[in-house]
Design a protein. Structure first.
Length: 277
């Protein structure tokens, strides 16, 4: 298998890419991972300009020599290239698997909406040595190369189609043409680095989004690095836990809350292929 890595949002370090290449060489010799030079570009927050990031994605996605696209890193920026890349994906793009999460949810959602390739939530190619000691990356590689399902999120065992998004990305996709039809899907969500009031507000949007009517249920992944609510009087208690929030909003949405899930900005970030597995 030949895996191509691109960075539609933030850049990665050469050290990080060498670490991942070495990990793959040790665990899956005979298979190849190729980091596009664009991954190391710097244009403010981004791994190159919008045009450079779009060109790198299209180059690898449309190259039949690659079997999969493994996104390098999240951050912010993949939404800025959607209009440039989606109309230009050719036949080779249909035969690939695309893996990532967080900000990459913009691309995963857009690809799944058009049924281009096979799409999955999973650890990213720069995660090794950051929030991943190798388990999350190993789960992704095991599935891509061997079809090993041991890294799948356990909730997938219920046999229903699924999709997984960072909550902020899901909220941004709502109302756009890039949000896929998730009728009868179990929706997995996770979040990082947000105060509880913003999480609550995004859950309100999820619960009342007409595009999400018909989902089969919701599972909540890790909600990490929660910020305080910014009150000036020193009282930072929101008055409700994240578990209480999700139960309340699922009730208002009229769908079952199916419990917690092992995904998110944590080491235990399991694989969730979109659709049926």
């Amino acid at each position: 298998m030949r895996i191509g890595v691109v960075a539609p949002a933030r850049p990665v370090s050469r050290e990080g890419s060498l670490r991942m290449a070495a990990f793959m060489a040790l665990t899956y010799p005979g298979h190849e991972i190729v980091f596009h030079p664009q991954c190391y570009l710097q244009a403010g927050h981004f791994a190159g300009t919008d045009a450079e990031r779009a060109a790198a994605f299209l180059e690898f996605a449309n190259d039949p020599a690659f079997d999969a696209i493994w996104f390098a890193r999240g951050g912010y920026g993949s939404n800025r290239i959607l209009e440039a890349v989606m109309p230009k994906l050719g036949p080779a793009a249909n035969h690939k698997t695309y893996v990532g999460f967080s900000d990459m949810g913009f691309l995963l959602g857009a690809l799944y909406a058009r049924r281009i390739g096979r799409v999955a939530h999973g650890a990213m190619a720069s995660s090794l040595g950051m929030n991943d000691t190798g388990e999350g990356a190993g789960w992704v590689l095991g599935w891509l190369i061997d079809g090993d399902r041991r890294g799948f999120e356990p909730g997938l065992a219920d046999g229903r189609p699924a999709a997984a998004f960072n909550l902020a990305i899901l909220a941004a996709l709502i109302g756009t043409k890039y949000l896929p039809d998730l009728t009868d899907h179990v929706l997995y969500i996770e979040e990082v680095d947000e105060p509880l009031y913003r999480i609550d507000r995004m859950l309100f949007q999820m619960a009342h989004a007409t595009q999400l009517k018909g989902i089969a249920g919701v599972r909540l992944g890790a909600v990490t690095a929660v910020k305080d609510n910014g009150e000036t009087d020193g009282n930072y208690s929101f008055g409700e836990t994240i578990d209480q929030m999700i139960v309340r909003w699922c009730g208002e949405m009229g769908v079952p809350y199916l419990g917690r899930a092992e995904i998110g900005h944590v080491e235990l970030n399991r694989v969730v292929p979109f659709g049926l597995v």
